[in-house]
Each structure stands twice: as structure tokens, then as C-alpha cells.
Ligand binder design. Sequence first.
Ligand SMILES: Nc1ncnc2c1ncn2[C@@H]1O[C@H](COP(=O)(O)OP(=O)(O)OP(=O)(O)O)[C@@H](O)[C@H]1O
Length: 355
Amino acid sequence: MSKHSDSQDLAAPVLEAPALEVRGLVKDFHSGGLFSQSKVRALGGVDLSIGRGEIVALVGESGSGKSTLARCIARLERPTAGQILLDGTDVLKRDRFQASREYRAQVQMVFQDPFGSLNPVHRIEHFLTRSLTLHGKAGTPDQLRTRLDELMTTVGLTPDMLNSYPHELSGGQRQRVAIARALAVEPEVILADEPTSMLDVSVRIGILNLLRALRDGKGISMLYITHDLASARYLADRIAVMFAGELVEEGESLDLLANPAHPYTRLLVSAVPDPARTGSYDPSERAELRAAVMEPASCDYDGDPQQRCSSAEPVRHQVGDPADRHWVRCHLYRPPAAASSHALATDPLEEVVSA
Ligand SMILES: Nc1ncnc2c1ncn2[C@@H]1O[C@H](COP(=O)(O)OP(=O)(O)OP(=O)(O)O)[C@@H](O)[C@H]1O
């Protein structure tokens, strides 16, 4: 059991170098018109790493900065400051203005909307062939045919669907095509931004299982973005919690959900439908947690008279066993014995993800 400490020097286990790492990533958006000086700080200095073959879920409520982080990593947005390291190389330094083709092949993004990401005038074969050709992986016509068929079967579709148009497929099948398109370039990392949120509940678990199979079979590292803790728990090895553009807690999925240490994480956990708590759900508990965390500069959770977040950034505190790599950033963190527990009693996934 760790003790409360103001030190950032945590006793982390020595691990293999991560596949992808961001350090101090800041993103400001200008707001209020062309001549306005005002800005929105969407990311306030994010540090996050994804190990090889690891699935990290990034969770947080709408507007917390999840998509901005993924878009910065995919280099669809230019970060204001910070580093993005792929296999230890600082890619922002190497390719300052736009990502190289090599980087785009290594880091692929799958978007939330499988309807919007496929141009309706093209057949499925077009999307996959284009990716393969752009990245020099098409080969001879025979090799291309084999590769296309393989991609379709890998994502659970049949090769005859290559002749279909997007509107002839279901939402789940379209998302599988989007995943096949990402796979075509043989990426090292996939950034999946709410890949199931626009799909029928009945097909969500199939997409999650596909992502897991790709990690297991091909060793692809993934950042899985969601506001749904139940699916994060189902899929991810680790969960990172984002609040107002900052990571406030991170840990092994089961440990973090069983022992949430930050008031915001507890708020999220309390929102997961939990069959074991049906009937005893206490709305005032949620209201109290929400009030405590919605004003991060003056968080009075547990009554912090000093309101330290407004004058100093909270440092990271290790939570529990160092092997769990569980940390929290909160001035009010106390070791678990003194904190209240909001553990998920049973697996709510049956209720939330599957039909
Ligand atoms: N292009 C933009 N211009 C100005 N502000 C932006 C832009 N994109 C994002 N923001 C702001 O940055 C913050 C983070 O937004 P972001 O979309 O990353 O959050 P999110 O957690 O992904 O939310 P959601 O789950 O709703 O997608 C928000 O305050 C948002 O309004």
C-alpha cells in the first residue's frame, strides 16, 4: 500500500519502451472570431503512453478533450506544444508541418461515424485498393486480389462485399470496412474514436471483439476513446481518465474501476448502469460528485478549504500496488483505507454493450 506523497518520483516498474507516447501535449483553439485573442485550452499538457500490443482506453465526458488528443496524435490537428514519440522518435520535430506518409501508415485512425467516413459513390473495393496503392502495398493484380480478400475476411466480412456500395451495408459492416481500410497499411497503432457509439447496441460487442482480435493476432497497439466505462473495462488493459483537457487518473482497467481515486472518476463510475445497484441508486450521490468536480479550480470535494487546484497543479500520487500502475492527480487523494469506494459490483456490460 502506498502512502500519500507529494513526490512525482513514483516507483514504476521498468517496462519495454512504449509504441506511442505523448509528453506535455498542449492544444489551444482560438475562439471568438478572426480578430479575437481568446482561446480554448483543449489539452493542458497531457502525458500518455501506449505499450506494444496494449489497448488503452481514454474516457471522459463530452468536451473533455478526448478527440482533440486523438486528432493531435493522428496529426489532423497541430499541437500547440509537446512531443509525440513513435518508437522513441519525436515525430513533431522530424516532420514539423505535416505527418510523413510513413507516420500515417504507422498510426491510423478509425472514426466514430462509419456513414460519413466512406464516400457513397464508391464500392468497398475502391477504399481498400486506394489505401493499399497509396502506401505501396498493392503489388501485382493477383497479389492485390489476395490482399483485398484477406482484409475482408480479417474483419469478418466476405470478399463478395467488395462489390457493394456503402449504403448496401449495415452500420456495423461499414465500421468493419473502415477498420479494414486502416489495417490495409499494416499500422502499428490504431486510434479508435468512439468506434461503436453510432452503432446498434447489438453489433457493438462484435466491433469490440474485432479490435481485441487485431491486438491479439497482430499486436496492434490501440487508443480506444469512449465515454462508456463498461466498454472500456471490456476491451482495455488500462484506462486513462480525462477531465477538462487533463489526465487525472490512470491505471489497469479493473483496478481503476474497482478503486477510483479521483472524484471525477467516481462520478463516471457512478454513472455506469450497475444491475447490482438497481433500486438502491442514489441520485444525490451523483449530484454531489458532479458539483464537486465540475469546478476544477475550486474543487471542494471532501471540503478542501485551501482550494489548492487553483494555485498549484496536483502532482501524481501512486494508488495501491505499483504493479497496477495506478495513479491519480488530486490534492485531496488519501490512501484507499481513508477513501470511500464506488466499485462496480458486477459486470454491467451485458446491460450496456450487448443486446
Ligand atoms: N476546432 C475547434 N475549434 C475550437 N474549439 C474546439 C475545436 N475542437 C474542439 N474544441 C474544443 O476543445 C474542447 C475539447 O473538445 P473535444 O472534441 O476534444 O472533446 P471530446 O472529449 O472528444 O468530446 P466528445 O466526446 O463530445 O467528442 C471542447 O471545449 C471543444 O469545444
